[in-house]
Design a protein around this ligand. Structure first.
Ligand code: NAD
Length: 467
C-alpha cells in the first residue's frame, strides 16, 4: 500500500474542492503551487565540533503580506512537509479572514537532545539565516510557534531580529507567540487549544449536525480521546474538561497512553507527564504501551493533536468515533478522509479547527504595531459610563444596587477578555461560514467546503491584483 505524502494528500484535497469552484484551472494552479521554498544549511559550534543543521521556510502564497505560519522543530521535518504546511496556512488565513498569505518553517532537529543553551544558539543562528533573506520581518514574513517550539524560541527569534534591525520600530511584530513580558499577548499560548474548544462548542450549537451523529445535549460527559499532549492537545483537553465537563477518557502520547473511562484529571496527568516524560505508573488511569488500539477506540469526539497522517488507509476503517476534530495539521490522509466520509464520520478540518493560534497571533501582531494594549483607551471611560448608569438606576429606584453586580461592572474589561471574545467570534464565524458553503454548494463534507471557500477568496485576490 503506497502512502501519499502530506503534500500529495493536501493537493488531492484541493483538487476535490476545485470541482465545486468556478476558479479557472490556470488560477487554481497558481494558487496551489508554492511561490518559493528556501533550504538552509548552517553550522553551529557545540560540544567542541561544528554541527550542521538543515531547515526550510516556504512562502506558499503572497497574495497578502506579510505571510504567516509557524516554525516546527522535528526530526521528521522535510521540504515537502513544510510546503504542505505552508499551503494549509494560506487556506487557513483566508478562511478565518486574517490579512496574511501562507508560510511555514521547519528545522530538522530533536529538541530533546540539546540543552536549553544549545537550543538558543541553534535558534539564533537559524533566525539569522532567515532574517538575512527577509524570511522573518514584520511586514514580510511573521513566524509563530508550532510543534517543538514555543514562546521561548519566539523570544530568541524576536531578540535576534531586534539586534539585526535596531532601527525598526515595529521589530516586536516580526514574530508572534512571544512571552507576555516580551511583546506577547495574554491568551496566545493556549489559543489553538482554546480555539479547538470554541469550534466544538459551536458544532454543539447546531442541532441538525448533532442529529446526523445521533449525539444529544451538551458537551457534558461526552467521551473524548486526545492524541498528542503538547501545547494544543493539553489545552484543548483542559478547557473541555474544566469549562464543559466533558470526559477525557484517553490521552495518547508517542510512548504510550492513559485510559480512564471515568475521565482523566487533565491537570494531574500533565504534571505527571511533565515530570516523568511518560504516563507509565500515572495514577490518573491505566497505562497502555501500544497505542494503535487507542486511536480506534470509541469516543464521541476524537481529537488528533500530534502530527500529520496518523489516520491513514490502514486504520481509517476501524475508527469508531463519530466526530473528529483536527487539532493537528493534516492528521488524516486523503485516502483516510474518503473512507471516513463514507462511514458518516464528521470531520472538522484543520484549516478551521486549529485556526485559533493564528487568530490570536493576528491580535498580537496588531497590538505590536499599535504599540498599545487593547482596551487601554476605553477602559476608564467605560467605567465612568457604567458608574453613571449605576447612579441613575439607584436614584430612579431609590434602592442601592447589590455589591455583586457593582463588582462585576467595576472589574471592567481586561485585554484577555477582549482576546477571548475575538477568538470565540472568529471560530464561530469560521464554522458557520464553512457550514453554509457546504449546504449552499451541496458539498458532502466540511473539509471540501472549507477549501472551496478559501480558494474562491484567494482567487479574487489574485485576479484583482493581476497575476
Ligand atoms: P507540541 O510539540 O507542543 O506537542 C506535540 C505532542 O505530540 C508532543 O507531546 C509529542 O510528544 C506528541 N506526539 C508526537 N508524535 C506523536 C505520536 N506519534 N503519537 C502521539 N503523540 C505524539 O506541538 P503543538 O504545538 O501542540 O502542535 C501539535 C499539532 O498542532 C501540530 O500538527 C501542529 O502543526 C498543530 N498546530 C499547532 C499550533 C500551535 O499554536 N502550537 C497551531 C496550529 C496547529
Amino acid at each position: 500500500m503506497t502512502k501519499l505524502s502530506m503534500l500529495e494528500s493536501t493537493n488531492r484535497l484541493i483538487d476535490k474542492a476545485l470541482k465545486y469552484s468556478d476558479v479557472s484551472p490556470d488560477v487554481a494552479h497558481r494558487i496551489k503551487v508554492p511561490n518559493a521554498t528556501y533550504s538552509i544549511n548552517f553550522g553551529v559550534r557545540l560540544r567542541n565540533k561544528i554541527h550542521t543543521f538543515t531547515g526550510w521556510r516556504c512562502v506558499h502564497s503572497e497574495h497578502m503580506e506579510p505571510v504567516k505560519g509557524g516554525i516546527r522543530y522535528d526530526l521528521d521535518a522535510n521540504l515537502e512537509e513544510v510546503e504542505a504546511l505552508a499551503a494549509l496556512m494560506t487556506y487557513k488565513n483566508a478562511i478565518i479572514e486574517v490579512p496574511y498569505g501562507g508560510s511555514k518553517g521547519g528545522l530538522k532537529i530533536d529538541p530533546s537532545q540539546w540543552t536549553e543553551n544549545e537550543l538558543e544558539k541553534i535558534t539564533r543562528r537559524f533566525a539569522q539565516e532567515l532574517i538575512k533573506r527577509d524570511m522573518i520581518d514584520p511586514a514580510r514574513n511573521v513566524p509563530a510557534p508550532d510543534m517543538g517550539t514555543g514562546s521561548r524560541e519566539m523570544a530568541w527569534i524576536a531578540d535576534e531580529y531586534r539586534i539585526m534591525s535596531p532601527a525598526d520600530i515595529n521589530a516586536k511584530a516580526c514574530v508572534t507567540g512571544k512571552p507576555v513580558g516580551k511583546g506577547g499577548i495574554a491568551g496566545r499560548v493556549e489559543a489553538t487549544g482554546r480555539g479547538v474548544q470554541f469550534i466544538i462548542k459551536e458544532f454543539f450549537r447546531n442541532p441538525d449536525d448533532l442529529k446526523k451523529l445521533k449525539l444529544k445535549g451538551t458537551l457534558k460527559n461526552k467521551k473524548i480521546g486526545i492524541q498528542g499532549f503538547g501545547n494544543v492537545g493539553y489545552h484543548a483537553a483542559k478547557f473541555l474538561q474544566e469549562d464543559d465537563e466533558a470526559k477525557i477518557t484517553a490521552i495518547i502520547e508517542f510512548n504510550g497512553g492513559l485510559i480512564n473511562p471515568k475521565g482523566i484529571n487533565v491537570e494531574k496527568a500533565k504534571l505527571f507527564f511533565s515530570e516523568h516524560g511518560t504516563f507509565k505508573n500515572c495514577p490518573e488511569g491505566k497505562f497502555q504501551e501500544k497505542t494503535d488500539d487507542m486511536l480506534i477506540a470509541e469516543y464521541d469526539i476524537l481529537i488528533p493533536a500530534a502530527k500529520e497522517n496518523v489516520i491513514d488507509q490502514k486504520n481509517a476503517k476501524k475508527i469508531k468515533s463519530k466526530l473528529i476534530v483536527e487539532a493537528a495539521n493534516g492528521p488524516i490522509s486523503f485516502e483516510a478522509d474518503e473512507i471516513l466520509n463514507k462511514q458518516g464520520v464528521i470531520i472538522i478540518p484543520d484549516i478551521i479547527a486549529n485556526a485559533g493560534g493564528v487568530a490570536v497571533s493576528y491580535f498580537e501582531w496588531v497590538r505590536n504595531l499599535r504599540h498599545i494594549r487593547f482596551g487601554r483607551l476605553e477602559k476608564r471611560r467605560n467605567f465612568t459610563q457604567l458608574q453613571s448608569m449605576i447612579d441613575a438606576v439607584e436614584s430612579m429606584t431609590g434602592k442601592s444596587m447589590p455589591k455583586a453586580y457593582k463588582d462585576k461592572f467595576n472589574n471592567g474589561v481586561e485585554e484577555i477578555d477582549l482576546i477571548r471574545s475575538g477568538l470565540d467570534d472568529m471560530m464561530r464565524e469560521a464554522y458557520q461560514k464553512v457550514r453554509a458553503a457546504m449546504i449552499e454548494s451541496k458539498i458532502p463534507d466540511l473539509r471540501t467546503a472549507a477549501y472551496k471557500a478559501a480558494i474562491d477568496k484567494i482567487a479574487i485576490s489574485y485576479e484583482t491584483i493581476g497575476l
